[in-house]
Design a protein around this ligand. Structure first.
Ligand code: GLN
Length: 480
């Protein structure tokens, strides 16, 4: 049996029945990761010493004291702080940096017995949609290695798609979980803002960032979500709203007649690949025949999402990245005579091209004289986008859209054209601006055998309902 191809819940069962030992499992996974990583470059750091943890897990199984994810290998995006492995954000400026503390989600995973098998490749500081902006070279799409895996959490998506890990964490500021999940054919959930603590996530856009799971199926995503979600006083935007047992919720039957699904016209227009449109429309038709109520809706400010996101996102990024100055931590340029030189040389040498572009754009939109015209205006438009969703959710429970307008693009295809790259986020950024949860559910394959997904959006704090609905679609329509 190819154990590494099993889902997380299946591997949990095998471990529980003691049909496989955590030590065997971790050893095997490390071998697979080392082998596959030569080609796919999904991991920046492989945690070979986690075998020690696996031995402890083994003892726990022997004593019958095993926890929810005891001995299960999980991959972590390299912008989530871990005390025992480097956290570099795939940037030269943080090369070799080891955080003095664990992120909240990492504490939770450790307490659940998960084995943190390595840190995954990403666009530098999560700026990008292809993982090409990594200081450690691009990660590749396992379905076609001439193509990108998406980004910025490309390495995490690849780790799950290529069976290197049984689940992974990523972060999503404008689509960085859902878009690579779509390109790699896996489930990816961006929780609503405030649902998962950002403590220990290296900040990109603090009003947009959320950590979430990548998984082989919806059940696995629910299991990981249950572990990482919840209140944390160290994140001032963390919400104290009870966390459901997301996995258990999946078993409850859906009240189909009372579930209303909105299909926004704005997400099915020009620029969407015909194959993706046809397949998602087909799934929507099935849902209607099945007894769900389906209706067309409008989210009129959708097209303002990209400019609004790229103003607010870069403004927040430029502020957040001010801390990397060559003094407090990370890379320090040699031979600088003055403090000013030290700052500029360290930042000039340490940051990659896209990070510099974002810092310059963000500083510009916040600068005196331009603040009102750009940043303030973007905040006002953000309110309109929030209102669009609030109005829509008065009449529907979920919104279904494509996750991406096309399947994975070729490496290098958009790298020279930042605007084309930014436009690949057109269907994902608005959920971040509105703070609502969204999931990518694998929906099918194109004629050239590339996966793509559908996106389901739900109102804030409705992750349990969202996962249950996605699970229903997965079990009935999209699972091979
Ligand atoms: N691709 C988007 C960007 O480059 C989103 C990135 C993200 O969600 N971290 O900003």
């Amino acid at each position: 049996m190819d154990i590494h191809c099993l889902s997380l819940h299946q591997i949990k069962e095998l471990l529980k029945k003691r049909e496989i030992s955590p030590v065997e499992l971790v050893r095997q996974q490390l071998e697979i990761i080392h082998e596959k990583n030569k080609l796919l470059n999904a991991f920046i750091h492989i945690n070979d010493s986690c075998i020690e943890q696996a031995k402890q897990s083994e003892q726990r199984y022997i004593r019958g004291e095993f926890r929810e994810l005891e001995g299960v290998p999980i991959a972590i995006k390299d912008n989530i702080c871990t005390i025992d492995q480097p956290t570099t954000c795939a940037s030269k400026i943080l090369k070799g940096y080891i955080s003095p503390f664990d992120a909240h989600v990492i504490e939770n995973l450790r307490n659940s017995g998960a084995i943190l098998i390595g840190k995954t490749n990403m666009d530098e500081f999560a700026f990008g949609s292809s993982t090409e902006n990594s200081a450690y070279g691009p990660a590749l799409n396992p379905y076609d290695t001439t193509r990108v895996p998406g980004g910025s959490s490309g390495g995490s998506a690849v780790s799950v798609a290529a069976n290197m890990a049984f689940g992974a964490l990523g972060s999503d500021t404008g689509g960085s979980i859902r878009q690579p999940a779509s390109f790699c054919g896996v489930v990816g959930l961006k929780p609503g803002y405030g649902r998962v603590s950002r403590y220990g996530l290296v900040a990109f856009g603090s009003s947009l960032d959320q950590i979430g799971p990548f998984a082989r199926d919806v059940r696995d995503a629910s299991i990981i979500m249950k572990i990482i979600a919840g209140y944390d006083e160290r994140d001032s935007t963390s919400c104290n709203i009870p966390v459901a047992d997301y996995e258990k919720e999946l078993e409850k039957p859906l009240d189909k007649k009372n579930i209303r699904i909105g299909i926004p016209d704005e997400y099915f227009g020009e620029g969407l690949s015909k194959e993706i449109r046809d397949r998602i429309t087909n799934i929507i038709d099935c849902l209607a025949r099945d007894g769900f109520h389906v209706e067309r809706i409008s989210l009129p400010h959708t097209s303002y999402g990209i400019p609004t996101y790229y103003i607010i996102g870069t403004a927040e990024a430029s502020t957040n990245l001010a801390r990397f100055d060559g003094v407090k931590f990370g890379y320090r340029s040699k031979n600088s005579k003055t403090v000013f030189d030290l700052y500029t040389n360290s930042r000039g040498e340490g940051f990659g091209k896209e990070a510099k572009r974002r810092i310059i754009l963000g500083t510009f939109v916040l600068s005196a004289g331009y603040y009102e015209a750009y940043y303030l205006k973007a905040q006002k438009v953000r309110s309109l986008i929030i209102r669009d969703f609030q109005q829509a959710f008065q009449s529907v429970n979920f919104i279904i859209t494509p996750t991406t307008p096309e399947t994975a693009f070729k490496i290098g295809e958009k790298a020279i054209n930042p605007l084309a790259m930014y436009l690949s986020d057109v269907f994902t950024v608005n959920a971040n601006l509105a703070g609502i949860p969204g999931i990518n559910l694998p929906a099918g394959f194109s004629s050239d055998k590339l996966p793509f997904g559908m996106q389901i959006l739900a109102p804030a704090f409705k992750e349990a309902e969202l996962l249950s609905f996605a699970h229903y679609i997965e079990q009935n329509y999209t699972k091979e």
